[in-house]
Design a protein. Sequence first.
Length: 206
Amino acid sequence: MYRQAARILNRAHAAGSSVRGRARPFSTEVAAAPAAEDSAFVEAWKKISPNVDPPKTPLSFMKPRPPTPSTIPSKLTVNFVLPYQSEISSKEVDMVIVPATSGQMGVLPGHVSTITELKPGLLSVHEGSDVTKYFVSSGFAFIHANSYADIVAVEAVPVDQIDPSLVQKGLADFTQKLSSASTDLEKAEAQIGVDVHSALNAALTG
């Protein structure tokens, strides 16, 4: 499972590079309907696989957002989606902390508009004294001026569902593979495995 997560992470970083290379408008508005290119994709999908439902996009899990208010709201509204499901939908919370590539970033109501790439690490959602923790592999967080936060992750799992013994075993296995790797590809794959399992271990002990 963790080896697959490493491969997913590797592909996600490559995909992220191509996304950053495209200029797109940054807005606090989310369309009520999927974009035109999504409709074209669905039609093409139906021609090839008429008996299988097409996959949903993260946008399909999100509701239209209201305009930026004149005063800062008391709560932060969070959408947290994966490519195949919605984990959190329009939920009002006190704060989220995301594993940005620049370090752990806390997001409160009224946070300045920001787009940040996520690295493997701990995502925590704070509601009063209740804290829900997820391990995310990679993705992006879109923080909007209207106190909305859209978090899109490639993979995510609640921390309480992670087996610490498997994490330790995976870390040891990939560390061994890294030390014995003979090609650049083997070294890269092993290093990704070490990074992911180190982040998993930190999430469990943090």
